[in-house]
Design a protein around this ligand. Structure first.
Ligand SMILES: [Zn+2]
Length: 375
């Protein structure tokens, strides 16, 4: 982008507030009204923003023009690659989702070249929705797996075979001719909460998503936690029981062996439960199902208590099928954190539902594309 730092900061504020007047921009940035007027004029000319709508201001008969980000300025493709699902979305510049597709990861099982198959899938998706590849301004990819420190390769996706060492950024850039940005999925979710969700004003928070697997992102002092080689913050592989079953990662008793919905479901089935499935058993308050929920909530709570003691977050934003369907897991998780985390950390800690529910990952991928392209 050919924008100066001041122009970018103004653009970001307009974006963040959705609707904002020049007067408010001046107040928030400390710039003079004249400077703000000049900058916003340039941004309007370059079609980054629109002057739209008016509202009454203080003073007799005065109206303030409200500025908005231009939804048509850019178009993004978000790709959320999980261990079980691969989701695609196309959004406008204001992250309104225009097209969405949810596909099973199993589609790629017998594909010898995973990236070639992914590129074909995207082309088909674009064609079905009558979107020309040339109209994409950026692609954002969130992947529930290990991403190299340069953010160019998927190194590994646990639970899925042969998604190893794939140069996804280069391949998609070559195929679609636009910038492509890659990030670990939990971190894209943290980015979504920070830039367009509940955490706009929060500097220390954790996002955790429990579906068929566990995804987490940690924002500490307004920075995404990465560690020395980009594998920091892998919540699913924190040990919660040293004598527990062996995990796919090689360790024993990882949270991943207790937390995900499907694990609880499988354990219930193995037990030969009296009801057809876990959800039905849960609704009937079946003792075995409730026991597993308590066990899972407790395991998640133990893992998060350790994280809370280490990082002292103000919020934990939770989401995913597990909490939606089995609220007892959430209750037990909260109870365990209250009991085990340090009381001084607990005093300021809030546990809330995340902003985008099950679509947190795809919003993360879209906001990754947007934030990297513009900001
Ligand atoms: Zn593990």
């Amino acid at each position: 982008m050919q924008l100066s730092e001041t122009q970018l900061s103004i653009l970001k504020l307009i974006d963040l507030h959705q609707e904002i007047s020049r007067k408010e921009l001046a107040a928030r940035t400390g710039l003079s009204q004249a400077a703000v007027t000049n900058i916003t004029k340039e941004l309007i000319e370059q079609k980054y923003i629109l002057a739209k709508g008016e509202r009454s201001s203080s003073g007799p008969g005065r109206k303030e023009v409200l500025l908005q980000s231009n939804p048509e300025r850019f178009q993004y493709l978000g790709i959320d690659i999980g261990g079980y699902r691969v989701r695609f979305a196309i959004s406008d510049n204001n992250l309104n989702v225009l097209h969405y597709l949810d596909t099973p990861m199993a589609e790629y099982k017998d594909e010898p070249d995973k990236l070639a198959a992914l590129v074909r899938r995207i082309h088909a998706f674009l064609q079905e929705r009558e979107v020309t590849p040339g109209s994409l301004d950026a692609i954002g990819i969130g992947v529930t797996g290990i991403v190299n420190a340069d953010l160019t390769h998927i190194l590994n996706i646990p639970n899925v075979n042969k998604w190893d060492d794939l140069p996804i950024v280069a391949e998609l850039q070559a195929a679609f001719g636009c910038p492509v940005f890659l990030e670990e999925g939990g971190r894209t979710m943290a980015l979504a909460e920070k830039l367009v969700g509940k955490a706009k004003e929060v500097d220390n928070f954790i996002v955790v998503h429990f579906g068929k697997g566990i995804v987490a992102g940690l924002m500490i002092n307004d920075q995404i936690l990465r560690g020395a080689s980009n594998v920091g913050g892998l919540l699913g592989h924190i040990t919660v029981d040293e004598k527990g079953p062996r995990c796919m990662c090689g360790n024993y008793g990882c949270l991943e062996m207790y937390g995900p919905f499907q694990i609880i479901d499988e354990r219930y089935e193995d037990k030969g439960g009296a009801y057809a499935n876990l959800l039905e058993a849960y609704e009937k308050q079946d003792k075995t199902a409730l026991d597993y929920c308590i066990e899972a909530g407790n395991a998640i709570g133990i893992a998060l208590s350790n994280v809370v003691n280490l990082f002292n977050p103000r919020y934990i934003y939770v989401g995913g099928h597990l909490f939606e369907s089995l609220p007892l897991v959430l209750d037990e998780m909260k109870r365990t954190i209250r009991m085990r985390a340090n009381r001084f950390a607990n005093i300021i800690l809030n546990v809330e539902k995340n902003s985008f529910g099950d679509r947190e990952g795809i919003y993360g991928a879209l906001i990754l594309a947007k934030s990297k392209l513009i900001f």
